[in-house]
Design a protein around this ligand. Structure first.
Ligand code: BGC
Length: 904
């Protein structure tokens, strides 16, 4: 029984931790059935020492009698700061066998204080305006020039190095080089936080970069979210944070003789703005002019006499500088164009075949001064030209100017990103070929955890579109869209999509970090903001948007078991609930005249905002009661149960008639009331019937916006209409998920009618083709069609349900790598037989629901009853219910009529 996927503070890579008691977790791998861990032993020691040297161990937990594999806090000797540790674990199994130690993993401890100071380029030193040999450099480009600062210093190392670690952050964006080599492969560091309140830093092992003798360190800064355009900010770089980027870094060099020397950002650095990055902005793009090449600027002995001394910053100190919580942003895939068409003698359009987020690498050869203008678009217009109107004010344009070196020159931007499928390249250059261009897909590098495939290719495309939407919009924060002048961490979008996102990928650390952005953005009133980090309109308290402050920590806890995060959020959640009640003493949340987005982008249906808001409030109260229970706070649990009851009653009295009809008679009204359990038992079936009538009246089409779309299919399924849910899934006429796919969508669109055959493009004012919200149906594919899900009171996948809802699909294969290991549900229905193969990881159990027919239930070809690991088999008229322990199983129910799902 080998522990694997060792995680420290929710990360498998090397985290830098700022807590005295980092938490450990692992996953168990073991063959056979009913495998369990009965005890574990953890050891922690400094990197470089041996784990069996008792004098060097910081912690040896000894064999602890426990089956726990999650959230185990360190409790050894105090961990010194700025150090690297190794940890491992071994376990004892159900037969008292103690197995071998796991492959060790590393973690670092945070700096206790910075020896470095913030530095920046002296704004009074102007950059040179045009390359010396180009008098015709276009004036409009010069106007926009705001070149990136390059900074450097040299340092001497005079004794053998045992380890060197770089700690680095920026107000803005930063890339570091040591001795001519780029450090690591992180992009867009340090990501986005509310820089007034919190900035993250990265720690890199640079032992291989630093050497005994002369060294140089260099940094390139970009404006990024700190000093560039963000949000709806059309004309001027955001004044939200600051005007020019700044650097903070230190290299701690540990020597073989036990000494430590530190090289820091300080007044001795020199800077220039005469480097090749002439302009960069997240929304507008980047301009690189290779004629400004700086040669070996980050190597020792570079002549920097025409560089100027940096300024030590006077910007007020940031209250909190913390190590980066989540995985860095990286290139996670590369795409080659599927075609290139020549539009004009100097214009080529590349099609990458996939709406993606990131940028391109262009490899070209040409004379000095050749200028290539790149524009990016998600769609083509009718005449085949790129459609950019929907980017609004985001210029999304990169410019590359060749140095003319007689060799192939390779261009790639540093401090921008675009959302696009098509790239138009314009410039005086030989015909371009697909080989010249590569799409670099950029995303927060959250590990993949889920997969879903089934017999319907359109549904498979839907799942791919959902994943691409996630990849492209998880860039430091979960954003609404990646292409136009917006790209904000909208709370409503996030709360709807995170249940799906957390099945596709391990977003444990990512959301833990964004959770702090949400807390940083909470208003003094207690209201959560519309977007986090808070920027643009300073509005807050919008129903279903602000409610993310309650919903996200709770759904996150259920998936990942992060109790510390729930504790951190709890007092804020309490303040929020108090705020809503203060504003709405009658227990009906009416937001007249206030911030309210309603069921955003619904079609032909308007759900009364007070119905949505009050249902969400009840949902909050119910979550609070459950969270209080988990936190052991019985008094608050009772108080919130009571509040939940009172809001539900007020909701019913005000908005629901005896026949279960809800004010507005809209799909979303029914869906939310049913999803949040605010209706009394006797009205549930009636309300569900009204919902189905509504769908039928629309020719089996949905009408919901963001809020209804996520809960629609689960509610239909749980209310006894799995066939209606499947019908909506497979619908391909407007409006439906299938409609966009039938018209070539490779991501989830912001709106059902982003493009329609009857009306063409929707208004360019708001028409993104990469918005994940409507992809919230993804959780239903995993949890209902695949059937792998948690029961109502179940946390962290210890005792799951596997209850496929097959509809008319012939097969579906679903995998989910939970915090406790991988669950698989792989079913096929054919020839009066329902076959279900499942994997259930060690230490967990599952209850299976399998359609029953006239024949028996077999496992591995024999009676399921007698199979090893099966603890119970029962059947009613329609279903087998089987309880199993860990392991791989192959069940077959015989004599089954196809297309039946479990009853709820
Ligand atoms: C965003 C949405 C967001 C909404 C709020 C839009 O501009 O793109 O996704 O939730 O505003 O209504």
């Amino acid at each position: 029984m080998q522990p694997s996927r060792l995680r420290c503070e929710h990360r498998e890579d090397v985290p830098c931790v700022d807590t005295p008691a980092p938490r450990f977790a692992w996953t168990l791998n073991a063959d056979g059935r009913n495998r369990r861990q009965t005890a574990y032993q953890i050891r922690v020691w400094p990197d470089g020492a041996a784990h069996d040297d008792p004098t060097r161990l910081f912690w040896d937990s000894g064999m602890v009698e426990s089956s726990e594999t999650l959230e185990i806090p360190y409790s050894g000797l105090p961990l010194p700061p700025a150090s690297t540790f190794v940890w491992t674990v071994r376990v004892r199994d159900e037969s008292d066998i103690v197995h071998g130690w796991a492959e060790p993993a590393l973690f670092r401890t945070a700096l206790d204080s910075w020896g470095a100071v913030w530095i920046r380029h002296n704004p009074l030193v102007a950059p040179s305006t045009r390359p010396s040999d180009d008098a015709s450099y276009p004036a409009e480009l010069l106007d926009r020039e705001e070149p990136s600062p390059y900074m450097r210093r040299e340092f001497q190392v005079d004794s053998e190095i045992s380890r060197a670690t770089l700690y680095v952050t920026a107000r803005g964006l930063v890339e570091v080089q040591v001795n001519g080599q780029r450090v690591g492969d992180n992009l867009l560091d340090p990501g986005w936080t509310d820089y007034h309140k919190r900035i993250e830093y990265q720690a890199h092992d640079v032992t291989a970069y630093v050497r005994n003798g002369p060294n140089a360190i260099g940094a390139i800064l970009g404006t990024g979210w700190y000093a560039g355009h963000v949000g709806f900010d059309h004309e001027h770089p955001s004044a939200w944070y600051g005007h020019s980027p700044e650097l903070l870094c230190e290299v701690r060099i540990e020597h073989a003789d036990g000494r430590t020397t530190i090289v820091t950002s300080d007044g001795s650095w020199r800077a220039t703005r005469n480097g090749p990055i002439r302009y960069s902005d997240l929304l507008h793009g980047e301009r690189i002019d290779a004629r400004y090449g700086l040669g070996g600027w980050s190597k020792p002995n570079f002549d920097d006499t025409d560089w100027s001394p940096v300024l030590v910053s006077e910007t007020p100190e940031v209250p909190i500088i913390v190590p980066a919580r989540a995985q860095p942003i990286r290139v996670t895939a590369q795409l080659k164009p599927i075609s290139v068409t020549q539009q004009a003698s100097d214009t080529f359009t590349f099609d990458l075949g996939q709406n993606m987020v990131g940028w391109v690498r262009l490899a070209v050869q040409g004379p000095r001064g050749t200028r290539l203008e790149l524009r990016f678009a998600e769609m083509l217009d009718r005449d085949g030209s790129i459609y950019t109107a929907n980017l609004r004010s985001a210029r999304a344009q990169d410019t590359f100017v060749l140095a003319g070196t007689n060799e192939i020159e390779v261009f790639e931007p540093h401090f921008t990103f675009h959302g696009f499928r098509y790239v138009e390249v314009r410039g005086e250059i030989d015909p371009l070929l697909p080989e010249n261009l590569t799409g670099l897909v950029v995303s927060s590098d959250t590990p993949q955890t889920g997969s879903f495939t089934c017999s319907d290719e359109m549904v498979n495309q839907l799942q791919r579109n959902i994943e691409w939407g996630q990849r492209g919009n998880f860039i430091s924060v979960p954003t609404d869209c990646p292409q136009r002048d917006e790209r904000l961490g909208w709370l409503g979008d996030a709360q709807i999509f995170l249940p799906t996102a957390s099945l596709n990928m391990d977003i444990d650390a990512f959301v833990s970090k964004w959770g702090d952005d949400v807390l940083d953005a909470q208003s003094p009133s207690g209201a959560y903001s519309d977007v986090a980090p808070r920027i643009v309109a300073s509005t807050d308290g919008a129903p279903a948007w602000a409610d993310a402050g309650v919903i996200v920590p709770w759904t996150h806890y259920r998936r990942y078991g992060d109790l510390r995060m729930l504790r951190r959020h709890w007092p804020h959640m309490e303040r929020y609930l108090a705020y809503i009640e203060r504003e709405n003493p009658k227990l009906l949340w009416s937001r007249e005249g206030m911030d309210d987005y309603g069921d955003w982008l619904s079609v032909d249906e308007h759900t009364p905002p007070e119905v949505i808001a009050t249902a969400y409030w009840a949902h909050d109260a119910s979550i609070m009661a459950q969270a209080a229970d988990v936190l052991g706070n019985t008094e608050r649990k009772i108080a919130y149960q009571d509040l939940y009851g009172r809001i539900s009653k007020a909701f019913n009295d005000a908005y629901v008639d005896d026949d279960g009809r809800i004010r507005g008679n809209t799909q979303t009204g029914y869906v939310l009331a049913l999803a949040f359990g605010v209706l009394p038992a006797e009205k549930r079936a009636k309300a569900a019937a009204h919902l189905v009538e509504n769908i039928e009246d629309r020719g089996w089409h949905l009408a919901t916006g963001f809020l209804g779309a996520g809960h629609l299919c689960p509610v239909l399924t749980e209310s006894g209409y799995p066939d209606v849910a499947h019908r909506l899934l497979l619908q391909d006429t407007y409006p439906s998920w299938g409609y966009s796919i039938r018209h070539g969508a490779t991501t989830i669109w912001e709106r059902w009618d982003g493009w329609t055959k009857h009306a063409g493009f929707q208004t360019p004012e708001m028409n993104s083709f990469n918005h994940y919200s409507l992809g919230a149906i993804g959780a239903w594919l995993f949890e209902y069609v695949g059937g792998i899900r948690q029961g109502q009171d179940e946390f962290t996948y210890e005792n799951v349900l596997i209850a496929p809802v097959p509809g008319d699909l012939a097969y579906a294969r679903t995998t989910y790598r939970s915090v406790r290991g991988t669950f698989v549900s792989d079913w096929v229905q054919a020839d009066s037989r329902f076959t279900l193969k499942v994997d259930v990881p060690p230490n967990t159990r599952a209850t299976l629901t399998i359609p029953a027919g006239s024949g028996p239930l077999l496992e591995g070809g024999s009676s399921a009853q007698d199979a090893a690991g099966v603890t119970s088999v029962q059947r009613d008229e329609q279903f087998w219910t089987t309880k199993i322990t860990s392991g791989h199983y192959e069940f077959q129910a015989l004599g089954v009529q196809p297309a039946r799902g479990p009853k709820f």
